[in-house]
Design a protein around this ligand. Structure first.
Ligand code: UDX
Ligand code: UDX
Ligand code: ADP
Length: 466
């Protein structure tokens, strides 16, 4: 048995590293068109930051885990081909801003059809709209050398920042397909380390839909608690107390109830918009509107946070320096896709604030790229004024303390652990008075900040916007 994976990103890289680690006898070949990314996978500086990933890659690389750009060779040699390419939201044409762009998946399927010989099991790893497998099957059936295929859906449920732990101890592994033999072959790979009772087998369509549904439910919980956070701010209830109280109801459960500046990441928004698009396609307007509200609430939360900062700071942030702590969409990742920080920074820049951004893992060029992209319209056009704001009003610094120097306020946008143990007595001395902290993640110790002399505003705590 030989495995190949097309796509060496946040999903393909860690997942294949784990399979290679657990199955030392199975050669695993990860390929990508992006030469720089492959070079990074072959170096000591992996292209993605993920706790524990370095060790797993080091153990398997050179033994049974290889990274290259030789897509055709990898396809030709493999018995099982995972597709883990990106499926971003379409930015053009029909369904722009909603439907998934399946261009990359289709290109992979066509490549496989062209190159493959003999029998191959093709596994969809990327999150896809329901019934994508149908399209993949049709493209594969155009293969002309008598090659045969089984298509499986095996969505990945890992969360970034905890990918290795999630891969090691998954709540479940889901395999959807039609061919018993193919399902068994993939199940046997996971069974090396995942208990068989946690390997679920369904039909193709249930598997595809379960992935979208899981992400929609998770995102809905965040939007639900964020909706309540707005009400808490108006009523002197405390959202963390409310979350604790409802989370102890075993039917609700305690996880994923942390109010925040808004959810980000490559999946939640994309998958819900995808679900919305699908529902509309099938004429289910009420269902589409129900799920779309989760994204509308998330946009509201990000906007509300930025507006709260301006209102609290005497209704103007123009020419004021604001320290931005954290730019990644959550802690322990260098990923910024759809990060709430991008949109909060954009709104503050449009109010003419000066931003000093610090994130322990996100490089400066990525921040500037994201900010410019957020300033643009769907086609990517950015006005001269907005471009100048990103160029002139943003500095990127190398510590949280440096960001806060001479600043009027600190905005915590990612919950990095290091922010909790800083010396706030020292920090306030370097700041303008009154010094504000806007804790978009409710991670800092409020009592301590109050004592030090900060004006502290949290999410879902009374006081935002005054
Ligand atoms: C509810 C709350 O559960 C309880 O904590 C609160 O004190 C009062 O309101 P109740 O209305 O008595 O209790 O019953 P519950 O079991 O919550 O069911 C409410 C409705 O939801 C029922 O019509 C039930 O059939 C329906 N339901 C519940 C579903 O359709 N699907 C489910 O998965 C659960
Ligand atoms: C998510 C799913 O969790 C995972 O199963 C799927 O495979 C991919 O999408 P990911 O986006 O990596 O994973 O991270 P996740 O931990 O789900 O967080 C998503 C966003 O929600 C982050 O911005 C996070 O900060 C936010 N969030 C999460 C909250 O604001 N509050 C919470 O309680 C939980
Ligand atoms: P994800 O979070 O889903 O893993 P990423 O964007 O991190 O998404 O990774 C997807 C990877 O797939 C990228 O590195 C991209 O270069 C790669 N890719 C996209 N299309 C192809 C293709 N046709 N052949 C090989 N690699 C591809």
């Amino acid at each position: 048995m030989k495995i190949c994976c097309i796509g060496a990103g946040y999903v393909g890289g860690p997942t294949m590293a784990m399979i290679a680690k657990q199955c030392p006898d199975i050669p695993v070949h990860v390929v990508d068109l992006n030469q720089a990314r492959i070079d990074a996978w072959n170096s000591d500086e992996l292209p993605i930051y993920e706790p524990g990933l370095d060790e797993v890659v080091k153990e398997a690389r050179g033994r049974n885990l290889t990274f290259s750009t030789d897509v055709d060779k990898a396809i030709a040699e493999a018995d099982m081909i995972f597709i883990a390419v990106n499926t971003p939201t379409k930015t053009f044409g029909v369904g722009a801003g909603r439907a998934a762009n399946l261009e990359f998946i289709e290109k992979c399927a066509r490549r496989i059809a062209e190159v493959a010989q003999g029998h191959k099991i093709v596994v969809e790893k990327s999150t896809l709209p329901v019934r994508t497998a149908e399209a993949v099957k049709r493209i594969l059936s155009s293969a002309n050398q008598g090659a045969t295929f089984d298509v499986l859906s095996n969505p990945e449920f890992l969360a970034e920042g905890t990918a290795i732990e999630d891969l090691l101890n998954p709540d479940r592994v889901l395999i959807g397909g039609e061919s018993e033999a193919a399902i068994e072959a993939l199940s046997d790979v996971y069974a090396r380390w995942v208990p068989k009772t946690q390997i679920l087998k369904t039909n193709l369509w249930s598997s595809e839909l379960s992935k979208l549904t899981a992400n929609a439910f998770l995102a809905q919980r965040v939007s639900s608690i964020n909706a309540i956070s707005a009400l808490c701010e108006a009523t002197e209830a405390d959202v963390d107390e409310v979350a604790r109280a409802i989370g102890m109801d075993s039917r609700i459960g305690p996880k994923f109830l942390k109010a925040s500046v808004g959810f980000g990441g490559s999946c939640f928004q994309k998958d819900i918009l995808n679900l919305v698009y699908l529902c509309e396609h099938f004429g289910l307007r009420e269902v589409a509107a129900y799920w779309e509200q989760v994204v509308i609430m998330n946009d509201y939360q990000k906007r509300r946070f930025a507006e709260g900062i301006c209102r609290t700071m005497f209704s103007t942030v123009s020419d004021k320096k604001i320290a931005i702590w954290g730019f990644a969409f959550k802690k322990d990742t260098n990923d910024t896709r759809e990060s709430a920080a991008i949109y909060v920074c954009r709104d503050l820049l449009r109010e003419r604030a000066r931003l000093a951004i610090y994130d322990p893992q996100v490089p400066e060029d990525k921040m500037r790229f994201d900010l410019l992209a957020a300033m643009g319209d769907l086609s990517g056009t950015v006005s001269d004024i907005d471009r100048k704001l990103v160029e002139n009003n943003v500095t990127v610094v190398h510590s949280a303390e440096a960001a806060a120097e001479e600043a009027h306020a600190i905005a915590v946008l990612t919950e990095w652990d290091e922010f909790k143990s800083l010396d706030f007595k020292k920090i306030i001395e370097t700041m303008k008075a009154p010094a504000f902290v806007f804790d978009g993640r409710n991670v800092l110790n409020r009592a301590m900040l109050d004592e030090v002399g900060f004006e502290t505003i949290g999410i879902g705590k009374s006081g935002i916007g005054g």
